[in-house]
Ligand binder design. Sequence first.
Ligand code: NAD
Ligand code: TYD
Length: 353
Amino acid sequence: MKLLVTGGAGFIGSAVVRTAIADGREIINVDKLTYASNLKSISSVAHNPLYQFEKADICSAGTMVKLLAKHRPDAIMHLAAESHVDRSIDRPSKFIQTNIVGTYQLLEAALNYFNTLDGEKRENFRFHHVSTDEVFGSLSMHDPAFTPETRYAPRSPYSASKAASDHLALSWFHTYGFPVVLSNCSNNYGPYQFPEKLIPLIVISALNKRPLPVYGKGENVRDWLHVDDHAVALLKVLDYGKLGESYLIGGDAERSNLDVVRAICSLMDEAQGFGPHEELITFVTDRPGHDHRYAIDASKIRNQLGWRPSVGFEEGLTQTVQWYLANQAWWQPLVKERYSGERMGLGTSKRTV
Ligand code: NAD
Ligand code: TYD
């Protein structure tokens, strides 16, 4: 299979690229290389004959049309997006542009390409739109988990832009008969995650003995899934998902933020041989509109596609902390170059330590 992946130099996209190549698939990675990308995350496959890279912006329909005509992929997996909620609160415009307009331009180009296909190539073509559980909004502790039938209720500029892109993708299925599958996943963690997201931010701050910023009281709950498990799930949805349907992917690992931060602190105590790192925990101004809880009912993908997570959260978190400690050359330049003058991850927002 020749798979065109958008956003393959990002956190999840790079895991998909590594997994798909190990699986013997041919990959065309289309990425604009924004601040969130890192080609080092795919250095292990960069010289593999199955891998090709195209630096391009999904918002440019003309470029997408040309790339599709050039590579003639069997499928597209669309991950390119602006992905950090805090940045969407501070400056929403790029989220509207890439996540909504970019998805629209890509759908137009892809439909145009699909309409040139015939026979088996047309029959088997798939467009997999990769999305998030955040489109469903905020749960209380007693609410049942999200299911594919849960009504969309996004509450941040990021989740609203992703919700809009999900609706566009499914409307291309219903209106134009374009073969779309959709997935909505919970919070990912693991190696190669940009150090503005909670887990790498806390590991790196703890290593540097800096305050560990916990928004509000740290009671918000996220469901955590190892990124390599997500990559396997995405390829299953691509291969076997029913067209026009959505698959919810989760890790069965709901944890409060404070529990996650404390778990990282004890792993750091062990790794460094001193502590307690918990003394660095600092409660800071809450994120505006902070969704309280996300939870996934993953029974559809488990029962219909036979997927379940293989890495438990405690095991995955231990490996992830060890990875960040052992791979400082991967993240040091990001922290130095991209955050000069700013506190890591807090950008221009009011959530100062
Ligand atoms: P990321 O921010 O790490 O990577 C995004 C990638 O997209 C980067 O390589 C970036 O250069 C590229 N990109 C951004 N704008 C582009 C554009 N206009 N044209 C081409 N490329 C562009 O994101 P991630 O965490 O890997 O998330 C990937 C996808 O998965 C996103 O669609 C996100 O909404 C979704 N998702 C993420 C999570 C999570 O926990 N991180 C959970 C569920 C779903
Ligand atoms: P994040 O990694 O930004 O993912 P998302 O907002 O997509 O869930 O944040 C995960 C949780 O951690 C979220 O509830 C916000 C919280 N958080 C903090 O408490 N402190 C931080 O410095 C960051 C970045 C996030």
